[in-house]
Design a protein around this ligand. Structure first.
Ligand code: SIN
Length: 514
């Protein structure tokens, strides 16, 4: 039975409301809370018996223990996924059947949204309402690619030979290795896996060591959805590099899709070159957020808050460098500061919380280091600018800084935290040049009510995703990805499937038409 999305959303929201009333600040272990890896349809421990701890970043308490797997188990997962690709031929079951299985998964994810949101908040720390949005966002990719699975069409091209036909097919790559980050522990897995599986690939997922539980919950739902054993596999590990190397060097892996840092992305790209693998990379950004004087300032402030503080600024598409035209600078800053200072900070389970903790100590220390560097270059702190240890070890105050030097690390690097750098500008040329001065080109945003300016600037920004009068552009229907050092390939939209398919040309000759 197919339930429409809006009904599912209503079900999700009311479930979440009931759920959050019952569970104020505790981690609840439901049937989707699994602490074993999932390979070939079986729930497994590491061969060595080794495990590693998963912590709640809001209070650093251990909330689970999962297998610390090595290349031994990763190799097994690749073999199992290879077998499932050929026998019982996931690649050859009909597109309609694949689509139906993905729809089953989509429905189950939607039906379990409250439990899934609870797991995300437990291990990633984001506010429960944001976790629910993430589940909703994630399941929208499964729904989208379930629909796309039936439209992976080829072509019949007019041949220049009278007795021939040119046929073009799109075939699945084979086994895809998916490596995901902690900031969207469900949505990133689903955006990659649903596209790969719709194309007919089987997958081995290596979730981030900070957030493996979300991915394991998805594995359980894939099992309940009757997705055949070996099609969706999850290996958990606290030692990612050797497994990344295996993915790059093993002939069993036909494609790698990675979300994470530019440095690691480049490494995987280099290492995969030996076997000329298909590699898709979603890497860091350094998004400009421009407010022109023609903008609706209240709307621009709203967009800025959304773009910057979603997941405490820990998203690749978060606005990093804010530029505001001189005539509206003071007004924008005043409205922005009022909203930033009003943000409610705390553990993600607490009612009304908008800002959770940072993911780990390394991330917090990085923010402190780049803030120190900015201060040493005379940046002015308008608000925030400090840790909030009375709430918890990993909380950092939402911050606005101005007078940021162009050489400051906080200006040049992706912040990945709740800090806004604000700069005044005068002309469009000046701001576009500054916006494009970064080597990262994932996303960029601007607010303007001037139609000429809208089209001009949208075309001039050197990024893969432009948000015009919006602070968040991500959606399943649209291609997500960057240019320059922000990555290769696209996820989502019609293009998401391309990363997991090969083109095959068949020249059909000897035809007698006369
Ligand atoms: C990311 O930060 O990696 C993903 C953000 C999004 O999909 O909006």
């Amino acid at each position: 039975m197919y339930i429409t999305f809006s009904i599912l959303c209503r079900m999700c929201n009311s479930k979440l409301m009931r759920f959050s009333l019952r569970h104020k600040s505790r981690t609840t272990k439901t049937s989707l809370w699994l602490e074993q890896a999932y390979i070939g349809g079986e729930w497994l421990d590491a061969t060595s018996g080794a495990t590693f701890e998963v912590r709640n970043p809001a209070n650093m308490q251990v909330i689970g223990c999962v297998p610390d797997m090595t290349v031994v188990e990763a190799q097994k997962a690749l073999e199992v996924a290879t077998k499932a690709f050929y026998v019982p031929e996931w690649k050859l079951i009909t597109a309609r059947e694949r689509s139906q299985l993905l729809k089953n998964w989509h429905i189950l994810i939607s039906q379990h949204c409250a439990e899934l949101a609870n797991i995300i908040t437990a291990e990633c720390g984001k506010p429960l309402t944001e976790s629910l949005s993430e589940v909703d966002y994630g399941q929208s990719f499964v729904e989208w690619f379930a629909e796309e699975a039936r439209r992976i069409d080829g072509q019949l091209i007019a041949s220049s030979m009278s007795n021939q036909e040119v046929l073009v097919l799109r075939e699945p790559l084979g086994v895809a290795a998916l490596i995901t980050l902690w900031n969207f522990p469900m949505a990133l897995v689903l955006r990659k896996a649903a596209a790969a599986m719709a194309a007919g690939c089987t997958v081995v997922v290596k979730p981030d060591e900070d957030t493996p539980l979300s991915c394991l919950a998805l594995a359980k739902l894939s099992q309940m959805a009757c997705i055949p054993a070996g099609v969706f596999n999850v290996i958990t590990t606290n030692t990612a590099p050797p497994i990344g190397d295996l993915f790059c060097r093993s002939p069993l892996v036909c494609g790698i899709s990675f979300t994470g840092s530019t440095e690691v992305g480049k490494y995987l790209f280099r290492e995969s070159a030996g076997l000329l693998k298909r590699v898709s990379l979603e890497l860091g950004g350094n998004a400009p957020f421009i407010v022109f004087e023609s903008a609706d300032i209240a709307e621009a402030v709203k967009g800025a808050m959304l773009s910057k503080f979603r997941n405490s600024g820990q998203t690749c598409v978060s606005a990093n460098r804010f530029y505001v035209q001189s005539a509206v600078y003071e007004d924008f800053l005043k409205q922005l500061q009022a909203q930033v200072e009003a943000l409610k900070i705390g553990p993600g389970y607490n009612k009304g919380v908008q800002i959770g903790p940072l993911i780990n100590l390394a991330q917090l220390k990085r923010i402190e280091t780049i803030m120190k560097d900015a201060r040493s270059r005379h940046a002015k702190v308008i608000c925030g600018g400090k840790r909030l240890q009375d709430i918890g070890e990993l909380f950092y105050a939402p911050t606005i800084i101005t007078d940021v030097d162009r050489t400051a690390r906080i200006y040049r690097e992706e912040i990945f935290g709740p800090v806004i750098t604000l700069t005044k500008f005068d002309t469009e040329d000046e701001v576009v040049t500054r916006a494009n001065s970064s080597l990262r080109g994932l996303s960029g945003y601007f607010y303007s009510q001037n139609l000429q300016e809208v089209f001009r600037v949208a075309r001039r920004l050197e990024v893969g995703i432009v948000g015009v009068n919006v602070g968040l552009a991500s959606q399943a229907e649209a291609p997500f990805g960057g240019i320059k050092e922000s990555g290769i390939g696209r996820e989502g939209g019609h293009y998401g499937i391309d990363e997991f398919t090969e083109i095959k040309y068949i020249c059909l000759g000897g035809l007698k038409y006369d």
